[in-house]
Write a protein that binds this ligand. Structure first.
Ligand code: FES
Length: 859
């Protein structure tokens, strides 16, 4: 079959049933991305004879004589298409994995009905405002500038032309493919497993089972200190604790052969009793998920399915409630949510010429992956190299080791280069999501509106494994509680195993769920007292000089208010509210707000060692371990270095996220990319400048920087909404959305605005409709089509306002702002809906049917 791709003729015979996307990528055309393979996300969009199509559902055999144009065929980094230039000028992307598809779609747009024209393209990062700006020709970025300017990312032109390589955008000869047989049972033991029929299939290289896997227990969740998470996971285990857990893996010459071989594996299971409700799982007599584990696994109490728990007391909550002028008690619940990063998890592994293991992977934490792979397989760290190309979105979901371990086993067993790529269905069904929580809250106040009691009782479902089950639990009840000054506090929190799929790190790391409950309760208490909700927060939130106390005033910590912009955020959000906005006839209008506080760095150490060197041509090479996955740290790092060196960003090159060529970095999580690695780089660049001042411009001059992630400051966010709710349908329309953020010095206004808009859009999705539905341990929502992430048409413009603060702990006064914008959105929306309907929603998502029922029951 002959056709033309990006102006060049191509002759290739498609396999029966093959689609255009896989055919193009097999030909090394990587400007076409895989997001879903179901025609839902648009990452694979190409022009077919001038019309935009989703290449993942376009039969390849129809291409005879056709012309196909991908983003790379529209323009080059040197000579971009006007639409590509517009995306750069507008800052119309973050991770950029969706961008090639958006650019292609945008070239074919006629008219101005963007919600309709863009309904086939999803972006998980931006919140769409900057994409709309690109299409409307709005310029938001500058090509040059220093810290404080909206500099475009160094990779901008490559991203918009589809030429920036992501995890699997490389050609490796002799590549074998790995597919996994998932457990059909939520809890079972493998009685016997026979791989002979699968092995006999032509093209099958190996079939791996628990007999082949190392016995070392580990956690897929990665932290600086590996003991933060329980060692409860094996690469392949004899006991299966959730549906979809690996039973066996096939390595074969092609994906199709591997998939066929999976059906030839004969397994006899002993089905075990399962438990799906954490409240039941913690009771005596419940089936035990990890009853076989001993103290070495660091599970608090395997006999109660309890990974970790926390109980804190300060003062006397019950007495304070009894003596209060008003009190509110309630229980709030949140659903499992998917990260839905457009690039799925993937790893490609091989042995280099020296026999060293190399992993190219979609990770936020390449150094932590290297260390854990070395631990599991008893390899010397020097014998393992892990690196990332640009990663297509993370949101915490890639702070896990989900594909690297099984690829390592396959590479070591076969000696071949092996690739394992999650499907979109895998992302929903087996990749960890956000922890579902039930949160009981009691708050009470005196007649002056001073908080006298705050009690939180949190129960979270960590699923079948405890990855992040400890850290999320502690974090969820930390800043959410510490933000309020109150003499009487009580906190109980428990992280419990079930036979549901594992949960994991998600933007906000547990705070969002508990803040939803506390801020809802605070809103209700303000109502009871007849006090304006902004004023109620002003009376009760921490102020400079306050210790940040959960329940123990004597607890010495490294967290402090090094800068304070909460007062400004409250004022900015309140002043921006337009109270003249109302809904259509028959709709009820309401207004709501909420606040959040978050530590600027994760606790217990976060390290960055960086270097910067003056090169022969007068430019600088910065070496930073942090990965770039849309967090924008690369851009800000270049700005920080250029500012310190008194040069321009185009003279700073960043080499990053490769354990062989960059120095150690804990990783890109906990919003640490700017305040840890960025600060280390800023120091290094200042040192280099001093060296140049003293010795002259000598090529090869090099300086190093280090930061250990302590002490830590806090950042604040306030969100406010005006909404209209149709009580007869439960439909919510957002009339106004405002977020005020205290990010310290704003190093790149456009990029920071994008983080706030993207975080808000993601939070609106999980507040109103996103839910991974799990029944008896089985995930029912496995596609974008039935797990709805916000589309262009769904996301309102959010007015983003910045407090004017300077944080002495951050580089040039900056604070982190990646996770923070997510946290106040759901409670602000819930409070606005409560205001509109007169009844309070207590469950996330606040879906139409739930709101309709709520309105109906309230009459
Ligand atoms: Fe759109 Fe990341 S920039 S998915």
């Amino acid at each position: 079959m002959r056709f033309e791709v990006d102006g060049a003729p191509l002759e290739v015979e498609p396999r029966p049933g093959q689609v255009l996307r896989t055919l193009l990528r097999e030909q090394g055309i990587h400007s076409v991305k895989k997001g879903c393979d179901a025609g839902d996300c648009g990452a694979c969009t190409v022009l077919l004879d001038g019309d935009p199509v989703h290449s993942c559902i376009t039969p390849a055999h129809r291409l005879e004589g056709a012309t196909v144009t991908t983003a790379a065929g529209l323009g080059t980094p040197e000579q971009p298409h006007p639409v590509q230039r517009a995306f750069v000028d507008a800052g119309g992307y973050q991770c950029g994995f969706c961008t090639a598809g958006f650019v292609v779609t945008a070239t074919a747009i006629e008219g101005d009905d963007l919600p309709r024209e863009l309904k086939g393209n999803l972006c998980r990062c931006t919140g769409y405002r900057s994409i709309g700006d690109a299409i409307h020709g709005v310029r938001n970025t500058s090509a040059q500038g220093l810290a404080g300017d909206s500099v475009a990312p160094p990779a901008a032109m490559r991203v918009v032309t589809g030429t920036e390589p992501y995890t699997l955008d490389a050609t490796t000869t002799g590549l074998a493919h790995l597919k996994v047989l998932g457990s059909p049972h939520a809890h079972a033991r493998i009685r016997s497993i026979s791989t002979e029929r699968a092995l006999a299939l032509d093209g099958v290289l190996a079939v791996l089972t628990h007999h082949d896997a190392p016995s070392t227990l580990f956690s897929t969740g990665r932290h600086q200190d590996r003991t933060d998470d329980p060692d409860d996971t094996r690469v392949l285990d004899e006991v299966l604790r959730f549906r979809g857990q690996r039973v066996a893996a096939v390595i074969a010459e092609t994906v199709a052969i591997a998939e066929r071989a999976l059906q030839l594996i004969d397994v006899e299971y002993e089905v075990l009793p399962a438990v799906f409700d954490p409240a039941v799982a913690r009771e005596p007599g419940a089936p035990l998920v990890h009853g076989d584990k001993g103290p070495a696994s660091r599970i608090l109490d395997p006999a109660r399915n309890t990974v970790a728990e926390f109980h804190g007391r300060m003062g006397d909550v019950d007495a304070a409630v009894a003596a209060s002028a008003a009190s509110v008690s309630g229980v709030w619940s949140t659903a499992r949510v998917a990260h839905a990063a457009l690039e799925t998890h993937a790893t490609r592994g091989w042995l280099d010429r020296d026999g060293r293991l190399v992993l190219r992977t979609s990770s936020q934490v390449p150094f932590l992956v290297r260390d854990e792979i070395a631990h599991i397989f008893e390899l010397d760290r020097d014998r393992v190299r892990v690196f990332t190309a640009r990663v297509g979105g993370g949101f915490g979901g890639k702070q896990e080791l989900l594909t690297e371990d099984i690829v390592t086993l396959a590479v070591l067993r076969t000696g071949r280069a092996v690739q394992y790529e999650f499907t979109r269905e895998d992302e929903f069904a087996i990749a960890p999501g956000r922890h579902p929580m039930r949160v009981g809250v009691t708050v009470a106040a005196d007649a002056d509106g001073r908080l006298t009691a705050l009690a939180v009782d949190q129960l979270m479902d960590t699923g079948a494994y405890g990855n992040h089950g400890v850290g999320v639990m502690f974090h969820s009840v930390h800043e959410s509680v510490a933000v309020y000054r109150c003499a009487n506090k009580r906190v109980d929190a428990q992280s419990v195993y079930t036979n549901n799929p594992p949960a994991g790190a998600f933007r906000g790391y547990g705070l969002g769920q508990v803040i939803f409950a506390i801020e809802s309760a605070m809103d209700e208490l303000a109502r009871k007292l007849g006090i304006d909700p902004f004023e109620f927060r002003r009376r009760n939130a921490v102020v400079p000089g306050d210790a940040l106390i959960v329940c123990d005033p004597d607890e010495e910590g490294d967290l402090a208010i090094a800068s304070y912009g909460l007062d400004q955020c409250l004022d900015l959000a309140e002043q921006a509210l337009d109270r003249s906005l109302t809904g259509p006839d028959g709709w009820r209008t309401g207004e709501g707000m909420a606040l959040s506080m978050i530590a600027t760095i994760a606790p217990r150490g976060h390290y960055a060692d960086v270097a910067i060197q003056l090169l022969d041509d007068g430019t600088y090479l910065a070496s930073v371990g942090t990965a770039e996955f849309g967090n924008g740290t690369t851009t800000v790092h270049a700005q920080l270095a250029a500012t310190a060196l008194g040069t321009t960003v185009d003279r700073i090159r960043i080499r990053q996220s490769d354990t062989d060529v960059t120095r150690y970095d804990t990783g890109a999580f906990g919003s640490a990319g700017v305040v840890v690695a960025g600060k280390a780089l800023h120091h290094a660049a200042l040192s280099l400048r001093r060296m140049i001042d003293e010795r002259g411009t000598i090529p090869g001059l090099r300086a190093e920087g280090h930061h250990d992630g302590t002490p830590r400051s806090v950042a604040f966010n306030v969100h406010a909404f005006r909404v209209a709710v149709q009580p007869e349908t439960g439909e919510v329309r957002i009339l106004q959305s405002i977020q005020a953020a205290d990010a310290g010095t704003v190093l790149n206004p456009e990029q920071l605005r994008g983080q706030v808009e993207g975080g808000t859009a993601q939070a609106i999705g999980s507040a109103l409709y996103e839910e991974v539905v799990v029944r008896d341990g089985e995930v029912l929502t496995r596609t974008f089509r039935n797990y709805r992430v916000p589309q262009f048409a769904d996301v309102p413009i959010t007015e983003v306002l910045f407090a004017q603060t300077h944080d002495d702990l951050g580089p040039l006064g900056a604070k982190s702002m990646s996770e923070a914008p997510y946290n106040p959105v759901a409670p602000a929306l819930a409070n606005a809906i409560r205001d509109a309907l007169g009844v309070r929603p207590t469950e996330l998502p606040m879906s139409r049917d739930r709101l309709w029922r709520l309105a109906r029951d309230a009459g």
